[in-house]
Design a binder for this molecule. Structure first.
Ligand SMILES: Cc1cc2nc3c(=O)[nH]c(=O)nc-3n(C[C@H](O)[C@H](O)[C@H](O)COP(=O)(O)OP(=O)(O)OC[C@H]3O[C@@H](n4cnc5c(N)ncnc54)[C@H](O)[C@@H]3O)c2cc1C
Length: 302
């Protein structure tokens, strides 16, 4: 399967853009803010929360990074105007990290301040391991300045993550826990599927032991069962945690989770960089290409 996935990924740039668009349209709300608003309205109608991501990982200039920060301001305005239940997720590279730490910090602070003005919340996505230290530093600095409406993401795949939980515990961070999409070297990351699962479960319990609010972001039913058992054993109330999934991924499972009474937040990306985003994500982790190929065959086979 891994070989087939890698072959699929190599073929991707040769796939006509409209086909990639058709496939990725399940995973991306669209190009415009209006598309994201429409999708979030529908999600809210189905009893789900959302987190909006403005696609912009490929930015090349400080002006582009500032423009992304400006788009987030428009997102907060639209969410308030339309009375939608959604926060936002930001990528530090989209806010300029690769162009300069201070530029990124300025943009991130602006987004967090705009969110605070509107009673909203900003989740800082976690990208590849070359950005982990800077991302955690940005988070710490924001918290030190008194910003409370900001949270981070931790990746179970990284061997450092339990130590990061211990180091961050005094801040009681609001954390999204995910497996981690980036394939990292074996020295710093678990490669084995079961080892990543075990790490996820350990980190989840460590976060709960530290009194953190956790967004459990996974479509892995084994881990979802582990999370549900934890919620029950710890007698967490509905508002004490949330489950999170990606737009277009395992929607039937999402419906079931909502029916069971859990809060479920759907990650909803939008923006003009959808093509680069789709290719990059697939190239970062060829396994995803396999999932999508399987899903697509299922969709077209109906
Ligand atoms: C809300 C949310 C936010 C995330 N934020 C980040 C982040 O900031 N940084 C980061 O590194 N990673 C992030 N991720 C991605 C995450 O790290 C995993 O790569 C991804 O969720 C797949 O892992 P899984 O736990 O669902 O388990 P898997 O075992 O990989 O997947 C379980 C099942 O879900 C389905 N599935 C999973 N992913 C897909 C997909 N893309 N398309 C189609 N089917 C799929 C398959 O049927 C698969 O068998 C996020 C994930 C979610 C849900």
């Amino acid at each position: 399967m891994a070989l087939l996935d890698r072959a699929l990924v190599r073929l991707l740039p040769a796939v006509p853009k409209p086909v990639v668009r058709r496939v990725s349209s399940r995973y991306i709300a669209g190009e415009e803010l209006g598309d994201a608003v429409r999708v979030v309205r529908q999600l809210n109608g189905e009893g789900k929360l959302a987190t909006i991501d403005v696609l912009g990982e490929e930015i090349a200039s400080p002006d582009e990074a500032r423009a992304i920060a400006g788009t987030y301001r428009e997102v907060f305005e639209a969410l308030e105007r339309e009375r939608l239940d959604s926060n936002v997720s930001v990528k530090v590279t989209a806010l300029g990290l690769k162009l300069g730490y201070d530029l990124c910090r300025e943009n991130l602070e602006a987004v967090v301040a705009h969110a605070a003005e509107r009673g909203n919340f900003v989740r800082i996505d976690m990208e590849d391991a070359s950005t982990t230290d800077d991302t955690l530093r940005l988070y710490r600095e924001l918290r030190a300045e008194g910003h409370e409406n900001v949270g981070i993401v931790l990746q179970a795949r990284l061997k450092r993550t339990l130590a990061d939980v211990a180091a961050l515990a005094e801040l009681r961070p609001n954390v999204r826990l995910c497996k981690g999409i980036y394939l990292e070297p074996a020295e710093i990351a678990f490669r084995d599927f079961d080892a990543v699962r075990t790490s996820f479960a350990q980190v989840l319990h460590a976060l709960w032991d530290a009194g953190c609010y956790v967004g459990v972001a996974t479509h892995d039913e084994w881990l979802l069962e582990e999370a549900k058992r934890g919620v029950e054993a710890r007698e967490l109330r509905r508002e004490d945690y949330e489950l999170q999934m990606l737009l277009g991924v395992r929607p039937a499972l999402g419906v079931e989770l909502v029916r069971e009474g859990h809060r479920l937040r759907i990650y909803t990306p939008f923006g003009r960089h959808w093509y680069a985003y789709s290719l990059r994500r697939l190239q970062e982790n060829p396994k995803i290409a396999g999932y999508i190929a399987a899903d697509t065959l299922r969709v077209f086979g109906r």
